[in-house]
Write a protein that binds this ligand. Structure first.
Ligand code: HSE
Length: 291
């Protein structure tokens, strides 16, 4: 049996829609694989009841098929589905690493990114790599077509997960079809600043660069309490707050000494809005690993 762990991730970071992603130190999925004549899947852990065990409908089934690696696959979910924290990508990334080892396929991490992205298509309809890339490679990643650029970064983060679900499909439907030149200019400036901030591990620059005038305001409407939670995090010292992936989680960046206060303020603001939540005090993590 081979077991791999792959971390939760946060895609977009505001200004980098379908482009930026970051690996989180926690939470993570753990996937164990054993050789079998055909693929079967068993799911336990956070939100397991919502995840199909049919290989045709599960992200890891597509990964096993792409690697020609039939197996009994046990997924222990640390990352709840429909959380905005790259739940399906974490399973796909861990399965890709474990199956690559089990069958000695010799695929590079970069090759596994495109294989795991095929698994993403099963759950969201598009083979986007902005969650699987950081889950496999770690750090901050920039996806540009088939290319992935990875940057080592060290910034404190808070991922606050409310007890509501937003499906990626629904959240993609509210994304505007076009944007004005003024919004384009603002977005490019923010995205470039955020990238520079990651290169410098500078929470202030990363936070400022998270602002997004296009996608985030549309998606915020789907998240009860978004404005209050964002304001509470900023008041507690966050340097930037945005929707994590397709939501409903929010991602905040801050200086280390503010992280505990930011996490508490976000949970309290969600509670005031009538929504239970939990906050992960985390940071930029490493990629998937064999256990
Ligand atoms: N970039 C994707 C989106 C990530 O925001 O829809 C969600 O899986």
């Amino acid at each position: 049996m081979v077991t791999a762990r792959a971390p939760a991730t946060s895609a977009n970071l505001g200004s980098g829609f379908d482009t930026f992603g970051v690996a989180l130190e926690r939470p993570a999925d753990t996937v164990s694989v054993e050789r079998a004549s055909e693929t079967s899947i068993e799911v336990t852990g956070a939100g397991a009841q919502y995840i199909p065990e049919d290989p045709q409908g599960n992200t890891v089934g597509a990964v096993a098929e792409a690697l020609d690696a039939p197996a009994h696959i046990s997924i222990d979910k640390g990352v709840r589905p429909a959380s905005g924290l790259g739940s399906s990508a974490a399973s796909a990334a861990a399965a890709a690493v474990a199956l690559n080892e089990l069958y000695d396929r010799g695929r590079s991490r970069e090759e596994l990114v495109s294989i795991a992205a095929k698994g993403e298509a099963v759950v969201s309809g598009t083979a986007h790599a902005d969650n699987v890339a950081p889950s496999l490679l770690g750090g901050f990643t920039i996806v540009r077509g088939e290319e992935v650029t990875r940057i080592d970064a060290d910034v404190p983060l808070v991922a606050c997960l409310p007890e509501v679900a937003v499906s990626t499909r629904d959240a993609r439907e509210v994304v505007p079809d076009s944007l004005s030149m003024a919004d384009h200019v603002e977005t490019v400036g923010n995205a470039a600043s955020l990238t520079a901030g990651m290169c410098r591990s500078d929470p202030s620059l990363v936070g400022a660069g998270m602002d997004d005038p296009v996608v985030t305001p549309a998606r915020a409407e789907l998240i009860t309490g978004y404005d209050a939670v964002r304001d509470a995090a900023l008041d507690a010292g966050a340097t930037g707050v945005t929707v994590s992936g397709a939501g409903p989680s929010l991602l905040a960046v801050c200086h280390l000494e503010k992280r505990r206060g930011v996490a508490g303020a976000m949970v309290e603001a969600f509670s005031d809005a009538g929504v239970g939540s939990r906050a992960y005090q985390t940071g930029v993590g490493s990629g998937a690993s064999l256990l």
